[in-house]
Design a protein around this ligand. Structure first.
Ligand code: SAM
Length: 241
């Protein structure tokens, strides 16, 4: 942000008189021979500035950081927090395939859409979808432990997610958005059941290296590929219908 800074000099007595009336911030720069040199961020009536400076100030928000102090995590306002205890399920958020998926969900998911998370694990992606304003989220996994952890994590995060033990072919409804962080072997077997589950956009991840990427793109060639993102060798792909 750009500001104009006005530097003035006043005799001490006049300066303290000004302080009694002036309600905004005054920065005292120096005191010399009974005078006070000070700066304000607007022009003062009836006074000639010693200097007028253009200053660039970073927005206070840009100084905010997430800080950990022992068991306290101090999070700046506006950051979306995901509280995850994965238990024995996959999905701490440390794996690049989860991170690439989160980045693409953040970019391509639209508030108000319905969504399905295939292979929810800890529920990390489902919770993110809810925090981004999903109308309804169905989280499925073949692992009962994942379902239990996903339900617990949804509760901890104060979001409502339907978590069920199911395979893609068990789901009969269609959702606006789909995310699936699986593996190439699973995509080979399940893609024909996964594709009918969404009608707008989908994010696929869990793909490592060029060869797997090419194979997945071949499986998705009847859809429009809108983005391919790579993170530490792991690919995420966004497709549209
Ligand atoms: C790599 S983990 C992803 C966890 C979490 N979504 C994430 O992004 O961190 C894949 C999950 O898919 C589940 N899974 C494997 N095969 C599946 C299938 N055919 N249908 C549904 N879930 C499956 C696994 O049990 C596992 O929890």
């Amino acid at each position: 942000m750009k500001y104009i800074r006005y530097i003035y000099s006043l005799q001490e007595e006049s300066f303290y008189q000004l302080l009694t009336e002036y309600t905004k911030g005054v920065e005292i720069l120096d005191r010399k021979d009974g005078n006070v040199i000070f700066a304000v961020y607007e022009k003062l009536d009836h006074l000639e500035p010693l200097q007028v400076q253009e200053v660039r100030i970073k927005h206070p928000k840009s100084y905010l950081r997430t800080i950990r102090v022992k068991d306290f995590l101090i999070v700046p306002y506006g950051i979306k927090t995901l509280f995850i205890n994965p238990g024995m399920a996959f999905g701490t958020g440390l794996h690049p395939s989860t991170q690439v998926c989160l980045l693409l969900i953040d970019e391509f998911f639209k508030r108000g859409w319905t969504a399905i998370d295939v292979g929810c694990g800890s529920g990390i992606l489902s919770i993110a979808l809810k925090k981004l304003g999903a109308k309804e989220v169905l989280a499925i996994d073949i692992d009962q432990v994942a379902i239990r952890e996903c339900k617990k994590n949804a509760k901890t995060n104060g979001v409502s997610i339907k978590c069920i033990k199911a395979r893609p072919q068990d789901v009969k409804e269609t959702y606006d958005f789909l995310c699936a962080n699986l593996e190439i072997d699973i995509f080979r077997k399940e893609m024909k059941h996964i594709k009918p589950l969404f009608n707008k956009r989908a994010v696929f991840s869990g793909i490592y290296g060029r060869e797997e990427l090419e194979e997945l793109l071949e499986m998705l060639k009847d859809l429009r590929t809108v983005k391919i993102k790579k993170l530490k060798g792991w690919y995420g792909i966004v497709v549209e219908k």
